[in-house]
Ligand binder design. Sequence first.
Ligand SMILES: [Zn+2]
Length: 286
Amino acid sequence: MKNRRIAAFFAAAVLVITFASCSKEEAEHEEPSKENTVVIEPVEPKPEEDITEEIPQKEPEEQQTSSEPEEIPPEEPVEPEEPPEPEEPEIPMPEDESLLILVNPWNYIPEDYTFETETVQGKYKMNVKAAESAKAFVAAAKEAGFNMQLCSAYRTVEKSAELYQRKVNQYLGYGYSEADAKTEAAKWVAPPGTSEHHTGLAMDLVSSDYWNYYSDLEHDYEKFDSFKWMYEHCAEYGFILRYPKDKQDVTGITYEPWHYRYVGKEAAGYIMENGLCLEEYLELIK
Ligand SMILES: [Zn+2]
């Protein structure tokens, strides 16, 4: 019996020592026994929870930072889309490049420039390349309720010389010097050789009601409904408003709301859509 009690005592003592050592081992985070893993398990989820808590904190930060750039990218793609439009490859060219002939104060009409003419309205003639489109343009205006009347179309260099000299004489009569009279006259009548009317591709026209109020071509024509209609629809017939108000420095000619120039539908559409004048368009397609 004593032996059993002693054995039982030793067994109990061993258990106590074992538990005591185990609790020490737990504190040291060693995992030699099954009991340790049971104790450690509840400890591990805590750092996991900490991690999972940290991750969602990062995600909203990333979302916030990513949501800010997301607002910018939509703006950035819009900007790159715009530049390609004015780029050279997308600029339409007319099939017949002779329609783009440039005649202005710095570019005289070539002496050998010739073409066939066709009557457009009454005594007015135009280059055959523009005549049919001019007729269609005027006919469409009539359907819209505007009775457009030409007052100038194809003009020879001789005719320009005559008109120009008449204007010079007018200023000489006002007491201007010869030089000043020529300068002033050139503001109203292109000196011979520099008028776009020599090409047969240009025409001056206003609606018949205009002459009820004015006796000469004035900038005020822009106030008429017929002007607004012509301006909005000219490109559909291959015409451009040749001397816009905001391009006087580029064209060398004062604003002329009555002067239209035929360049073909492709070029006209691009020029009118982009608010250009012929000089600027020719610079772009160089
Ligand atoms: Zn004109």
